[in-house]
Structures are given as structure tokens and as C-alpha cells.
Write a protein that binds this ligand. Structure first.
Ligand code: 6PG
Length: 513
């Protein structure tokens, strides 16, 4: 280990929104940074910003104009953080660092939203050149600056070197209450509380967990947007009035970062006007892909995740703006019946319960997906630990995650959150108002795909006998795909000769193994 005091602790490549804020967070926590970006203006900007915020007498961040200079300014063995777009940019930087002379005991940490299978491949691809490690980061720019939720995975050896740094910069929660310990000022550090950074598992596991976090995030966001749509269109409420309702909801079961920022967005006025900004925002949603990856993975591993998938489809439907305008001129809208003040309040209360229940389903789907994926890929995931690091710092942070943490602390092998006593009690308590709210939306012609698909998911998952019996009969009729019988030993297959007069049921002998 080269301890030359003039050398920096950490190299940092990629000074975009997340990168520059992670650099300042690292600097606040006492680490010296050698910073590089292909855009030299970003290097100059971070040096300038650090000088503004730095209250110590020595520079905390030094700029580099090449990968070679970066390595030369770092203590050995090197520790380099990447914050670059997912995909080929990660490999371009790795190849450049190999060319610049990175060594075997050096560590590169990919903190982008990389696709987890790419991370698995990269650990193998670069293992003779350096240690490729990854740590997904959640919390947006404020989280990166003052405390993100971190999902590291890969070499356990690398984690021993990274752990103290990651636990210093991560968001913290009070060990007794589980409530976030907020950092808001440059230079501020928190050395107490539980850090929202825990080792997830082998390479790829951390990026998979982050991917599912984003899938849940998509669902959470869509559920809130559907509630907004119900109030805006169903009750003709102003954004400000809706913000007041959301603000009330944010003091109870629905207390969350996403609900909190939705209040801010709905209250915000367009510059020098009284027009709500939200009325000027085009209703076409973007997506960088992590929600899509989650939905695809749920189909691949056979995990029902309709709320997450609906949230992705909702973004896709929103992108067809001109088609929707044309279709709106073709189809008659449903009538919105006037409601008394009391009926409106019931409508609002039912809606509150509906989004709470839908949220439970979205998280149940996400956690079951992680469980099934872990089984398929041989990971051992700590679901209470994952819920714990999502209590602060990340985009889906919410009081609700305390209940999920408790559920997995009661039973670490819980197959699905729907089977947890607390959530079963909650869903039984609120399911009728959930149904009523879905009925309201249906009769009003308001699309609430995430909320209503959650109800369909809930009803299917709690139904002991589904119509798959007829489906098996259909499959056997046209494809001789066989079926099992409830009155025969499990696994025994049968087929009916549908084209024959007798249509006898034939027991299919299983192929000798
Ligand atoms: C986070 C966010 C973040 C997300 C971007 C873009 O955890 O900080 O999930 O990683 O990827 O906000 O997300 P979309 O463009 O896919 O909505």
C-alpha cells in the first residue's frame, strides 16, 4: 500500500448528476478524490464546487485529464468508482484503464444502473486485469450528495476494502426507530445510525436488487399518478387541492418520498404565473429501461408482477399521444356523476385505501421476484436486510418499509408478503374500499391499470381454485398437452382422445428416466 499523503484515496470517473454528487459526498466524509471525466468542463466544475464547499485547508478533489494521470494520483492498490451510463461506456472505461496500467489488486466499482447479467459477465471478463465490483446507487442526485441507498455485490475481498467508505457515505437510519437521519448541508456527516449499505451477494446480485427496486419504483410512481388522475378527472380537483390531500396521506400509511415529491410537483406554479406547472408538462413518460428489465425478468422466472408490468405499459401507452388524441375523438366518454361532499369524501377515502393495497401488491411482487431469481441464480438474499437499506436514501424510501422489514424478520423464508399476518390483516381491512375505488374508476372510464391489476393479482393469489382446469382441458384438446387430476397422485399425466367416440381418459406413462 503506497501511503504517500499527496496521493488520493479514491479515483472517480464520470462527473454527471450522480457522479459529481457522490464525489462531494465522499469528500465530506474525509476521502480525497482524483476526478476524471471525458468532458473536462465537468472536471473543472467539480473542482470549483468542492472549493466552494470545502471548509478544510487542503483540496479534497483534484482534477485529472487522463486515465494515466488518474492512476498516478492514486494510492496503491487503486480504488476507482465509475458513474457512467450502463452498457458500452462501462467497458470503454475498463479497457482504457487496462491500457493505462491498472493492476490485479486494483478495484473498479460500477455504480451505474447496469443490467445485472452484464455485471456477471464483466467480473469474469476482467478478472485477470483487476477486480470488477459493482454497487447500485439509489436516491437520485440528493441521495448521491447526502446519503444514498447502496446495493454492493461481487468479490467479498473487495467489499472488505469498500465497506467503511460505503457505510460512511450511505444514508443512515436511527437504530431504534428506523427513521431516516437526514443530512442536508455540505460538510455535514453522520457517524451514528444504521447505514443503508449492505453486501447483497455475488456479482450481479446487487444490480438485480436495484433493478427490482426500480420496478417497484415504477409501480409506486404509477399508483400515485393514477390516484392523481382519479382526483383530477373523477372529482375535477385542482392540482393544489390534490396536493393538500396527498400531503395528508403522507402523514400516515402512505408516508413516502414519492408521495412527498408529488405534493411539491403538484404545488409548483409555472414561472411568473398561477398556472400549475403540472398542467404544462407533456403527458408522455420516459423510461431508461430498469422497469422494463424487471418486468421481463418476472416473465422469465415465472413470477407474477402485473403491477410492475402495468407501470411499464402505462409509460408506453403515454408515449402514443397522437393516437390517444385521435382515439379520444372516436370514443364517447363516460358520464361523471355529480357527488355530494360526503360522497366525494368517501371516494377519496376509498382511493387512499386502494393505493395502499396496490402498493402492498407491488412490493409483494418485487420481493417474490427477488426470491425466485435468487433461487434460480444461487444467491442467498437477506430480504429483511434489503428492506432495511431501502428505509432511507433510495427513491422508494417509505415508512412502509419498516413493515416489510418486520415481516421478513418474522419469517426470513416468507414466500410472499401476502402470506404475512400483518399484511393479510391490512388487505382484509381495506379490500372492500379498494374494490369500490376500482369500480368507481371503471364506471368513470379512468384508466388505473396499476391499481386494478393489483386487485386482480390479489384476487388470483388468494383463490384456491382458478379456471386453469378448463385451460388444461383446452390445451389437451388441441395439442394433447396432457393434464393432471385432483383425484390422482400429483405428477401423473392424462390425455383424452378428443377425436374418438369414447373420448376415454388415458393415463400417460411417464418416460422411463
Ligand atoms: C434511483 C432511480 C434512478 C433511475 C432514474 C431514471 O434509484 O435513484 O431509480 O436510478 O434510474 O431516476 O429512471 P427511469 O428513467 O427509468 O424512470
Amino acid at each position: 500500500m503506497n501511503n504517500d499523503a499527496t496521493l488520493c484515496d479514491i479515483g472517480f470517473i464520470g462527473l454527471g448528476v450522480m457522479g459529481k454528487n457522490l464525489v462531494l459526498n465522499l469528500a465530506d466524509n474525509g476521502y480525497s478524490i482524483a476526478a476524471f471525466d471525458l468532458d473536462n468542463e465537468k472536471v473543472n466544475a467539480i473542482i470549483k464546487q468542492d472549493a466552494l464547499e470545502n471548509t478544510t485547508t487542503t483540496a479534497r478533489v483534484v482534477g485529472c485529464s487522463s486515465y494515466t494521470e488518474l492512476l498516478a494520483k492514486l494510492k496503491n492498490p487503486h480504488l476507482i468508482v465509475l458513474s457512467v451510463p450502463a452498457g458500452s461506456p462501462v467497458d470503454q472505461v475498463c479497457e482504457s484503464l487496462i491500457a493505462a496500467g491498472i493492476q490485479g489488486d486494483d478495484i473498479i466499482i460500477d455504480t451505474g444502473n447496469s443490467l445485472w447479467v452484464d455485471t456477471v459477465a464483466r467480473e469474469k471478463k476482467y478478472k485477470n486485469n483487476f477486480i470488477f465490483f459493482s454497487s447500485a446507487v439509489s436516491g437520485g442526485e440528493v441521495g448521491a450528495r447526502f446519503g444514498p441507498s447502496l446495493m454492493p455485490s461481487g468479490s467479498p475481498y473487495a467489499w472488505t476494502r469498500i465497506k467503511p467508505i460505503w457505510q460512511a457515505i450511505a444514508a443512515k437510519v436511527d437504530e431504534n426507530t428506523g427513521k431516516p437521519l437526514e443530512r442536508t448541508q455540505p460538510g455535514e456527516v453522520i457517524n451514528t445510525g444504521e447505514p443503508c449499505a449492505t453486501y447483497i451477494g455475488p456479482a450481479g446480485a446487487g444490480h438485480y436488487v436495484k433493478m427490482v427496486h426500480n420496478g417497484i419504483e415504477y409501480a409506486d410512481m404509477q399508483i400515485i399518478c393514477e390516484a392523481y388522475h382519479m382526483l383530477r378527472t373523477g372529482l375535477n380537483m385542482s392540482p393544489e387541492k390534490i396536493a393538500d390531500i396527498f400531503e395528508q396521506w403522507n402523514k400516515g400509511l402512505l408516508d413516502s418520498y414519492l408521495m412527498e415529491i408529488s405534493v411539491e410537483v403538484l404545488r409548483h406554479k409555472a414561472p411568473s404565473s398561477e398556472i400549475p406547472l403540472v398542467d404544462l408538462i407533456l403527458d408522455k413518460a420516459g423510461q431508461k429501461g430498469t422497469g422494463l428489465w424487471t418486468a421481463m425478468s418476472s416473465l422469465e422466472v415465472g413470477c407474477p408482477a402485473p403491477t410492475i408490468a402495468q407501470a411499464v405499459y402505462a409509460r408506453s401507452i403515454s408515449s402514443f399521444k397522437s393516437l390517444r388524441i385521435e382515439a379520444a375523438s372516436i370514443y364517447t366518454d363516460t358520464n361523471k356523476t355529480d357527488m355530494s361532499a360526503e360522497q366525494q369524501q368517501t371516494f377519496i377515502d376509498n382511493l387512499h385505501d386502494a393505493i395502499y393495497c396496490a402498493k402492498i401488491c407491488a412490493y409483494a411482487q418485487g420481493f417474490q421476484l427477488m426470491k425466485l431469481a435468487a433461487k434460480e441464480h444461487g444467491w442467498t438474499l437477506d430480504f429483511a436486510g434489503i428492506a432495511k437499506i431501502w428505509r432511507a436514501g433510495c427513491i422508494i424510501r417509505a415508512v412502509f418499509l419498516q413493515s416489510i422489514t418486520a415481516a421478513y424478520e418474522r419469517n426470513e423464508n416468507l414466500e410472499n408478503l401476502l402470506l404475512d399476518d400483518f399484511f393479510a390483516e391490512q388487505l382484509n381491512k381495506y379490500q372492500q374500499s379498494w374494490r369500490q375505488s376500482v369500480a368507481n374508476a371503471t364506471l368513470m372510464g379512468i384508466p388505473i391499470g396499476a391499481i386494478s391489476s393489483s386487485l386482480a393479482y390479489f384476487d388470483a393469489m388468494r383463490t384456491a381454485v382458478l379456471p386453469a382446469n378448463l385451460l388444461q382441458g383446452q390445451r389437451d384438446y388441441f395439442g394433447a398437452h396432457t393434464f393432471e387430476r385432483i383425484d390422482k397422485p400429483q405428477g401423473k399425466k392424462y390425455h383424452v382422445e378428443w377425436s374418438s367416440e369414447q373420448r376415454e381418459i388415458i393415463a400417460i406413462e411417464s418416460n422411463p428416466s
